[in-house]
Design a protein around this ligand. Structure first.
Ligand code: ATP
Ligand code: MG
Length: 211
């Protein structure tokens, strides 16, 4: 007989997609809470390459967004960061993210974590009909955004209440630009990375141009 803690269950992997420009405590709390509630073995943060919804603004170089995600998640043994989206040429589509990750983890059951603001958009994503087979969708609460799953096929998306963090990357970028503090909104080491490379600042041109 096997010891009780050895099971044959499939690995359960959370996937947290985002631009992460920059990663902040709202992302980290959401991932941590879903990891706990759904008994996930791992949560993989996946920074987007080129986001089809954010082509109208200057998104920070993928390498910086990836590095900040690595820095922010380094101390959590259940968190990791994947390069699949930033290494795939062209626009990032979640259907490709999930296909790539299921190829890399053929045994695993995937859970795609997404905030309340994103839920109403999912149906407009590329091959949205295929998404539900690739992963269970988990919508997390987010201050200022009502939960609306009316457009999504019934039973495809689970809703989870997470500790409310009224933090957005947009607000953090604006804060840096006007010299307001971002301490405690993002992990300390991410504050330092933003400073070191002058990201989001007038001098942020350095961070944008350097290859
Ligand atoms: P931006 O303002 O640039 O859009 P953001 O703060 O929304 O940045 P994203 O990288 O766009 O961050 O978000 C990645 C994922 O994390 C999305 O599913 C988003 O809904 C979710 N998310 C972001 N911030 C929070 C938060 N404070 N609470 C819960 N979910 C969040
Ligand atoms: Mg967003």
């Amino acid at each position: 007989q096997l010891p009780v803690n050895v099971t044959n269950r499939r690995p359960r992997i959370g996937v947290m997609g985002g631009t992460f420009d920059p990663i902040h405590h709202g992302h980290l709390v959401a991932a941590s809470e879903v990891q706990h509630l759904f008994h996930l073995d791992e949560v993989i943060f996946v920074p987007t390459g080129i986001s089809s919804f954010k082509q109208d603004r200057d998104v920070t170089l993928p390498e910086h967004r990836y590095l900040m995600a690595v820095i922010a998640t380094a101390s959590n043994t259940r968190f990791s960061v994947s390069r699949v989206d930033i290494d795939r040429p062209g626009v990032t589509y979640t259907v490709d993210t999930l296909k790539d990750l299921s190829r890399m983890h053929p045994e695993a059951e995937l859970f795609f974590i997404t905030g309340a603001d994103v839920l109403p958009q999912i149906l407009s994503w590329k091959d949205s009909g295929d998404l539900w087979e690739l992963a269970t969708f988990i919508g997390v609460t987010r201050p200022g955004h009502a939960i609306d799953v009316s457009s999504l096929p019934k039973g495809t998306t689970k809703i989870v209440e997470v500790p409310a963090m009224a933090i957005s990357s947009t607000d953090i970028r604006e804060r840096v630009l006007r010299g307001a503090p971002i301490w405690y909104l993002v992990p300390d080491d991410v504050v330092q990375h933003i400073r070191k490379y002058g990201l989001y600042d007038v001098s942020g041109k350095i961070g944008k141009l350097e290859k």
